[in-house]
Design a protein around this ligand. Structure first.
Ligand code: HEC
Length: 116
């Protein structure tokens, strides 16, 4: 069962920062709020998801993360939970690039498989 609390939280954040709903530019504190929204499900720094089914995003390639986020936003990748995040947080292209860059640089349990 997926908890709706983070979605409600994220929707509240978007409403409390109306300038972001229309603007492209991401401001410092507002960006921190977006990061906090991600952490509600993907865990601190994206490395410890709250549920086993939720992906680890820390340490993932930045271009993969950005591509996945754009796919959710543009409806090319269908997932109700993530699609609602993109909508509620009104992520701009620069937000997506910054989030992808941020999470790619976090310490992570992910590892590159070694060829045998
Ligand atoms: C309400 C919980 C929740 C929140 C909040 C949330 N996510 Fe997710 N996220 C998920 C789930 C569940 C999936 C798996 C969806 C799927 O199967 O496509 C996912 C998938 C992803 C993926 C794809 C990972 C992969 O390996 O393909 C990325 C990237 C991602 N989230 C980034 C973010 C970012 C950045 C934020 C903050 C802006 C965020 N998520 C907020 C639950 C959440």
């Amino acid at each position: 069962m997926i908890s709706l609390r983070p979605i409600v939280l994220a929707a509240g954040l978007a409403l409390s920062v109306p300038a972001l709903a229309t603007g492209e530019a991401a401001e410092g504190p507002a960006f921190d709020q977006k990061l906090a929204a991600c952490a509600a499900c993907h865990g601190e720094n994206g490395a410890k998801p709250i549920m086993a089914e939720y992906p680890i995003i820390a340490g993932q390639y930045a271009d993969y993360l950005a591509s996945a986020l754009r796919a959710y936003r543009d409806g090319r990748r269908n997932n109700a939970v993530m699609a609602s995040q993109l909508l509620a947080l009104q992520l701009s292209d620069s937000d997506i690039d910054r989030l992808a860059d941020h999470f790619s640089k976090q310490a992570s349990p992910l590892a590159v498989l070694k060829a045998r």
